[in-house]
Design a protein around this ligand. Sequence first.
Ligand SMILES: NC(=O)c1ccc[n+]([C@@H]2O[C@H](COP(=O)([O-])OP(=O)(O)OC[C@H]3O[C@@H](n4cnc5c(N)ncnc54)[C@H](OP(=O)(O)O)[C@@H]3O)[C@@H](O)[C@H]2O)c1
Length: 293
Amino acid sequence: MTRALVTGAAGMLGHALAGSTPKGVEFVGVDVDELDITDLSSVEARFATRKPDVVINAAAYTNVDGCEEHEDDALAVNGTGAGHLAKACGSLGIPLLHVSTDYVFDGRIEAPGQYLEGDAVNPLSAYGRTKLAGELAVAKATDAHWIVRTQWLYGLDGKNFVDTMLWLADNKPHLEVVDDQVGSPTSTHQLAEMLWAIATEQPAYGIYNVRNEGEASWYDFAAEIFARAGRDVDLRRTDSRAYLRPAPRPARSVLSTEKLHAALGRGLPPWQEGLVDYLDRKAKLHHTTDQQA
Ligand SMILES: NC(=O)c1ccc[n+]([C@@H]2O[C@H](COP(=O)([O-])OP(=O)(O)OC[C@H]3O[C@@H](n4cnc5c(N)ncnc54)[C@H](OP(=O)(O)O)[C@@H]3O)[C@@H](O)[C@H]2O)c1
């Protein structure tokens, strides 16, 4: 039995990892109340008492706009905290799978280009800077790491774009969604299965991009959500200049998955399939909840 310690287990990706734990793996989930990754002595004590075989770090300070005003707090978790986990893993001789983001890139790549793992990074936001600091801290502390960059996550048990769009559709006469940011909407459930594959099949250490196949703007994504959910919505295009937010977002952050395919012989399904799977899971959950009520 492989014992996997998963940090940030109460988060959106943490829940998906819990729900997709493969056979032969013991899932040990902890969140900030049980293990604050900013505290190195707690991390070391926890690792010593119940030694894991592998660690997956899904803990992070993920409020992208909030990071602009609280960069030090975000850095403590996303940068220093990630480094603490890597240091503790290095001392025990166990691998760390650390989750990172497309926001390490500036998004200025020209279409139809996609970011390779080795491309130059240049984060635009405080969140991106702190996540990049985490990648560097992990790589410095231990060679035995997989850094998985992913993007545009949605899943059960988390505030996400799909649910926000469905709520807005019920509560607004029309919707405007930006059409000038392009990425790959990614299901946490499908991502989690691939993270387990990496943790158990153990490809060569290094950085891997993992996301659902295909690309979309937020407008395209919203249109697909309404089509698949059978909603008739007055949906209009807008752009980032009309929808200013504290943290700048990369314009085009599509991540290449060539390396993942070469290493594991497979990738994730197209993003539209990830969305359908998510809507099915949501419907089943509501059905069960309704029956219990
Ligand atoms: N969401 C996206 O679109 C997206 C895109 C690309 C990459 N990612 C990356 O994917 C990973 C998972 O993201 P997510 O969307 O699942 O985030 P999430 O739902 O915010 O989960 C992160 C979890 O980490 C916990 N946490 C915060 N500070 C901690 C600390 N000091 N020690 C231990 N745990 C702490 C959070 O607790 P609190 O809620 O109590 O703070 C939360 O439960 C992160 O590395 C994120 O950067 C996310």
